[in-house]
Design a protein around this ligand. Structure first.
Ligand code: SF4
Ligand code: SF4
Length: 382
C-alpha cells in the first residue's frame, strides 16, 4: 500500500482512500494481455521544409526518401487487415510536402487516423480534403512566438496561419509540444497561451527522445517540474493533456496500463524505403514485449507500476540503467501520481473514493468525447 500525504493508493486494485488505509487488495496485478496490432505508422517522406534543432529524422542521419507506391499499398493493406479500432498515423518529415501520397493513404483507410504536420503548408483546400478523410491533424507547436521559433526555424507565424486555417475550416486538431530549454521556464504559461489562441482539442507535452547525435534534452527533474505546473493548469482548466491522461486513467477506471507505447507489441512502422520497425525511432523490428513493468526487475514493488506502462522503450534502451526504464519517465510519473493523490485528499471526504466520483471530478482531464484526438494518440493499449 502506498501512502502520499493522507491518501492511500493500492497498487494492485488501483483504488484510493483518504484519511485511512483501506483493506489491501489480495492477489496480484492482472495478467498482461497479449499484444495485437493497435497502431500503424506511415513515414511518407523524410523530407521537410523546416530544419528543427531536435528533429529525429535529421539527427538519425536518414536520407531524404519519399514513400514509393508499392510501400503505400502495403500500408493500406496493413491498415485494412489490423483489428478494429487500430490507429493509423501518417508522419514525416513533413507529410504535406507530398499531399498526394498523404491524402491517398488517408482516403483509402478507415478512421481513426491522425496526420502529424508542422502546418506551415496548410491551406483551405488541403484542410477540407483532410477533413473529408476523417483524419485528425496534430500540429507541432512549442509555444508562442520566440519559444517556438528558437528550435523550430522561426516558423511560428507560418504554423499559426496553418492552425487558423484548420480552425476556420472546421477541422478539429491537436497540438504536440516538446519541452525544451527555450520554453521550459514558462512552460505552463506557454501552454495556456497556446490553448487560448488556437483552441486545440488536445495537447501533448513531450520530452525529447534519445537520438544518436545532438541529444540535449531538459533533465528529468526539469521535465517533472514543468509537468507539475501543467498538471495544476490542466486541473484548473479541465484540459486534456495526453501524458497526464495516460497516468490518471488507470486510477479512474481501475484498469492497469501495462504498455505505455504500442512499440512494446502492436505497432508497425513503415519507413519510406519499405523497411519496417516497431518504433518510429528505430529502423528494425525489436522484441520489446519484456520492457514493461510486469517483466522488468527494476519495477518490482514500484507503486506506480499500474499507471506507468514502462514509458518509452527506445529511451529505456538508450538511457536506462542495467537495461531498465528511462529514469526521467519514472521521476515524472511518480511526481504526477503524487500530485493526483494530493488533489484527491483535498477534494474528497475521508474513506475510499468511488471511481464514479473520480470520473466526475477528473473526467475532463482524461477524455473529452469521442474524437480521435481525445484519447492518447498512438499509445493505446489493445
Ligand atoms: S515508474 Fe519506473 S520503476 Fe516504476 S513501474 Fe514505471 S518504469 Fe518501472
Ligand atoms: S518506443 Fe518511444 S520512440 Fe518508439 S514509438 Fe514508442 S514512444 Fe516513440
Amino acid at each position: 500500500m502506498y501512502r502520499h500525504g493522507n491518501t492511500w493508493f493500492d497498487p494492485v486494485s488501483l483504488g484510493v482512500s483518504v484519511g485511512r488505509m483501506p483493506t489491501p487488495a489480495v492477489g496480484s496485478p492482472p495478467p498482461v494481455p497479449k499484444p495485437a496490432v493497435s497502431a500503424i505508422q506511415a513515414v511518407v517522406t523524410r523530407k521537410c521544409n523546416l530544419n528543427c534543432d531536435y528533429c529525429n529524422v535529421k539527427l538519425s542521419g536518414d536520407r531524404e526518401l519519399t514513400m514509393s507506391s508499392p510501400v503505400v499499398d502495403r500500408v493500406i493493406r496493413a491498415a485494412g487487415d489490423a483489428p478494429a479500432g487500430r490507429l493509423v498515423m501518417v508522419t514525416g518529415g513533413e507529410p504535406l510536402l507530398v499531399p498526394d501520397i498523404t491524402l491517398g493513404i488517408l482516403s483509402s483507410i478507415e478512421p481513426p487516423s491522425v496526420l502529424f504536420t508542422n502546418a506551415t503548408l496548410m491551406n483551405h483546400d488541403l484542410a477540407l480534403k483532410i477533413r473529408d478523410t476523417g483524419a485528425a491533424p496534430v500540429v507541432s507547436l512549442d509555444g508562442m512566438g520566440e519559444s517556438h521559433d528558437r528550435n523550430r526555424c522561426g516558423s511560428f507565424e507560418a504554423a499559426a496561419r496553418g492552425l487558423d486555417v484548420l480552425r476556420n475550416s472546421g477541422v478539429p486538431f491537436g497540438i504536440s509540444t516538446v519541452v525544451t530549454r527555450a520554453n521550459l521556464r514558462n512552460f505552463d504559461g506557454e501552454i495556456e497561451a497556446v490553448l487560448d489562441r488556437f483552441q486545440p482539442v488536445s495537447i501533448g507535452c513531450n520530452i525529447l527522445h534519445w537520438t544518436p547525435a545532438g541529444f540535449d534534452p531538459v533533465t528529468g527533474e526539469e521535465y517533472a517540474d514543468a509537468m507539475e505546473r501543467v498538471f495544476r493548469t490542466a486541473l484548473r482548466r479541465g484540459m486534456f493533456v495526453d501524458q497526464i491522461a495516460r497516468r490518471l486513467t488507470p486510477v479512474i477506471t481501475g484498469k492497469y496500463r501495462h504498455r505505455d507505447c504500442a512499440a512494446m507489441g502492436g505497432k508497425v512502422v513503415f519507413h519510406p524505403d519499405g523497411g519496417v520497425s516497431n518504433c518510429i525511432s528505430s529502423r528494425t523490428v525489436a522484441d520489446w514485449s519484456g520492457r514493461i513493468p510486469a517483466f522488468m526487475d527494476q519495477c518490482d514493488n514500484c507503486h506506480a507500476a499500474g499507471v506507468c506502462g514502462g514509458g518509452c522503450a527506445w529511451d529505456g534502451v538508450h538511457l536506462g540503467t542495467r537495461g531498465g526504464p528511462d529514469p526521467r519517465h519514472c521521476l515524472w510519473t511518480k511526481r504526477v501520481l503524487d500530485l493526483f493523490l494530493e488533489d484527491i485528499e483535498m477534494s474528497f471526504p475521508s474513506g475510499p473514493v468511488p471511481r464514479e466520483m473520480l470520473l466526475e471530478r477528473y473526467g475532463p482531464l482524461v477524455s473529452r468525447g469521442t474524437s480521435t484526438l481525445k484519447s492518447s494518440i498512438g499509445h493505446g493499449e489493445k
